[in-house]
Design a binder for this molecule. Structure first.
Ligand code: FMN
Length: 737
């Protein structure tokens, strides 16, 4: 096939012909087999272990390679990384780009948009790419990254040279490019160093926070590598989508209709991304023998995966060459790619495009295309295309001044405190309190009081090279000079608990972080029932001590496999006498305790129930107390719900509360697939729980979180879910849809 970049104005006609071919055509210009049908593209993008992204960013040419070594990262931000590095590094930025969290930048975007329009609104015409569509995203991404917004032009020029380092460019000498690229990287490295101890609300600080929290292991050079590629990707695509998109909307007479409100703008943006995303496609390299659409592929084969063609595949999008802003989202377009490499900045791009359309509409009355539509020229931009320029005109006599929400021009970057520092405490005692359960008692080095905590709280304890693990505080709540926690050795765990068992002794120092509480307890006049399964007794211990001291009505039900495994039995029996029921399975012919019996004569409205233990106990209790009023049943999960995207699926039921419709989610399908098929219209990008685009509010039921985006607290809270990967821990989930 002809290279779509050779004649960028003919891009879609050329790619359409390849979709008709029975096997994958080979293109010398595109460097490999061209994958252009929607289903084939999805299949490649969903198998990153077979199709490597390494060729996405070309290697530096030999004279530059040596100069750049250890100063300029070679694989782009994440683009050319395969796993395990890709997922590890992406984790450091994934939670920053969640749509809900990016909303805080909206005032900044609006203020910058108004600033730019102020400079040309009285003129009546402007070339929109140069004056608006390029500077707005660039200034935004510079600010969001944490760099000096005043230096945006220099950063933009250096990035353009960086992007062009592998290409011949007669106007700039290679020495000049190299110098500028090195200066840019040195500057970014310097800002990263400054943020080490002076955190702000920006991406560079966010990565530091993730590193400090033990959520990601990365080197300082990898930290640097996250920024330049993101700056590049973060402005070029948005620039081109807006410049091309506005031309289409004005030409078709759709501009006024689609800019009338946020929802219409959002729908139009998705359709523009489908119709003509700025990224034409990306290369991949085959790692394992496989076949696609009848073409046998062997390791080493190269592919060009034509996203733009997939988004115009008529088997998925009826009448694909027509812009239809009411098309809906039954099938996800490929404008931002898909899978682990889906565009990280997609939520920011969406927000930017929405604000841009809104402010243009607000400020420039009677907006029209001045460049004749059919004369708009396209040129190649990296792996995509963009317009060379588009001139717009409007009625300047009616052009409005900046609105009040845009007038707060100087948006300052708030200071945010660094993550709490670790505290080093001495291990005073380490005692075996049941088979495989070791209790540690900690004191401060100077004998001073330890941080405040309340029953239900846990601390993060550093388990040497395994990083932090959470442990519930099980000390006496009135003893402020000792913090104690108990660890069950998980022989098939990830190593943290085994490390604490084998390496930590009285006299050792342990790093911990200040207590946090997701399982808050309040004394109540209502009868309080504490239910613990196995090691889940730890947060219950201080709660029960407090309940006894405050003289309230309470009962403890402690369940376990065998008394030998059940920690603190002696202490509980002594402290709580007949408030305590102990049920060891091996004392009861292997039978489980029947929770139904416990609640047979009780009414949940008159109770407070706290439960911690293994997942089947928690879900079983939730089923029994499914009509519990808010706050009556509180539970704490110990297992790591983010565990694995490959966890065994079970079927469940989802209720869409607003339309009161119920759907079955079989084991083989994702929640997102099923609800979108039913018309929920949830936007998604990566489908791997990485980008946060598809976030939905949960009204009832316990999500089985498998994403990398929600914080541990948000996951425990259970009010949000990423339906592309996450499922349900019980049998039913009710969503706010
Ligand atoms: N595990 C315990 O053995 N005792 C505890 O008190 C305890 N408390 C926890 C509290 C919270 C809030 C959470 C999320 C987990 C808790 N865990 C507790 C589980 C540990 O954090 C950890 O997952 C477990 O020791 C297994 O680690 P490993 O797989 O690295 O061995």
């Amino acid at each position: 096939m002809a290279c779509p970049f050779a004649k960028p104005n003919r891009l879609f006609e050329d790619l359409a012909t390849t979709r008709q071919q029975s096997t994958l055509p080979f293109s010398k210009e595109l460097g490999g087999y061209v994958v252009s049908r929607y289903d084939d593209i999805v299949s490649v993008l969903d198998q990153p272990n077979i199709f490597s992204s390494r060729p996405t960013v070309p290697e530096f040419p030999p004279p530059v390679k040596g100069i750049f070594a250890n100063k300029v990262p070679e694989k782009g931000t994440l683009l050319a990384h395969d796993n395990p590095d890709h997922d590890r590094l992406r984790k450091s930025v994934a939670s920053f780009f969640v749509p809900r969290r990016l909303r805080r930048f909206e005032p900044l975007l609006r203020a910058t948009a108004h600033d730019l329009i102020d400079q040309f609104s009285s003129k009546g015409e402007v070339e929109i790419k140069e004056a608006f569509a390029l500077p707005l995203p660039l200034r935004t991404i510079v600010h969001v990254a944490g760099l000096d917004p005043e230096r945006w032009q220099w950063i933009g020029q250096s990035l353009a040279l960086f992007g062009g380092i592998t290409r011949v460019d007669a106007t700039v000498s290679i020495e000049e490019k190299v110098r500028d690229v090195l200066d840019l990287h040195e500057y970014i490295a310097q800002v990263i160093e400054e943020r080490r101890n002076d955190r702000r609300d920006d991406l560079i600080s966010h990565i530091w926070n993730e590193r400090d929290a033990g959520n990601v292991e990365m080197t300082d050079f990898e930290h640097l590598s996250m920024i330049p590629g993101l700056l590049l990707a973060g402005h070029e695509t948005t620039t081109n989508v807006l410049s091309m998109g506005i031309a289409h909307l004005l030409h078709l007479g759709l501009f006024d209709e689609v800019t009338k409100d946020e929802i219409s703008r959002a729908a139009a943006i998705e359709e523009l991304l489908r119709y003509e995303s700025a990224i034409t496609g990306m290369p991949r390299k085959v790692l394992e023998a496989t076949s696609i659409s009848g073409t046998t592929l062997v390791p080493g084969d190269q592919l060009f995966v034509a996203y733009n063609s997939g988004s115009r595949d008529d088997t998925k999008f009826p009448d694909p060459n027509r812009i239809d802003t009411k098309r809906g989202r039954k099938v996800q377009h490929l404008g931002f790619g898909r899978g682990v490499h889906a565009c990280l900045g997609a939520p920011l791009a969406r927000l930017l495009l929405n604000v841009e359309l809104a402010v243009l509409k607000e400020r420039l009355p009677n907006l029209k295309l001045k460049t004749p539509y059919h004369e708009i020229q396209y040129h190649r931009v990296h792996e995509g295309r963009g317009v060379a320029g588009v001139t717009l005109e409007w009625d300047s006599t009616r052009a409005t001044k900046a609105s009040s929400d845009g007038s707060s021009r100087s948006v300052t970057r708030p200071r945010v405190p660094a993550q709490p520092q670790d505290m080093d405490l001495i291990v005073e005692e380490a005692n075996l309190v049941a088979d495989d359960v070791l209790q540690f008692k900690l004191r401060s080095q100077d004998g001073n009081h330890l941080p405040e905590w309340a029953p239900g709280a846990h601390i993060d304890v550093k388990a040497g090279p395994f990083g932090y693990r959470q442990y519930s505080i099980c000390s006496d709540p009135d003893d402020r000079k000792c913090l104690s926690f108990a660890v069950l050795k998980e022989t098939s765990g990830l190593g943290g608990s085994k490390y604490l068992h084998s390496k930590v002794r009285p006299g050792s120092m342990l790093s911990i972080r200040a207590p946090r509480n997701n399982f808050s307890y309040e004394p109540s006049r209502k009868k309080t029932i504490f239910i613990a399964g196995g090691i889940g007794i730890t947060p219950i211990l201080p709660m029960a001590t407090d309940a006894r001291r405050s003289g309230m009505s309470y009962a403890i039900v402690y369940l376990g496999r065998s008394r030998r495994n059940m920690a603190f039995l002696g202490r509980l029996e002594k402290e709580h006498g007949n408030h305590l029921t102990v049920w060891a399975k091996d004392d009861n012919d292997g039978h489980r305790y029947d929770l139904n019996v416990l609640f047979a004569d009780e009414h949940i409205d008159d109770l407070r129930v706290y439960c911690c233990g293994p997942e089947p106990l928690l879900t079983g209790l939730q089923d029994i107390l499914s009509d519990a009023p808010p706050g009556a049943l509180r539970i704490e999960h110990f297992s790591n719900p983010t565990a694995s995207l490959n966890a065994t699926n079970t079927a469940f039921e989802v209720v869409l509360a607003r339309s009161n419709r119920t759907f079955q989610i079989p084991e083989s399908r994702s929640l997102l697939e099923v609800i979108n098929e039913a018309g929920a219209g949830i936007l998604s990008t990566c489908n791997k729980g990485l980008c946060g685009t598809c976030e939905v509010s949960v009204i009832d039921g316990v999500p089985d979180h498998r994403d990398m985006v929600l914080t541990a607290e948000e996951k425990m809270d259970g009010k949000l879910i990423m339906p592309c990967v996450s499922r349900c821990r019980g049998t039913k989930l009710t969503l706010d849809l």
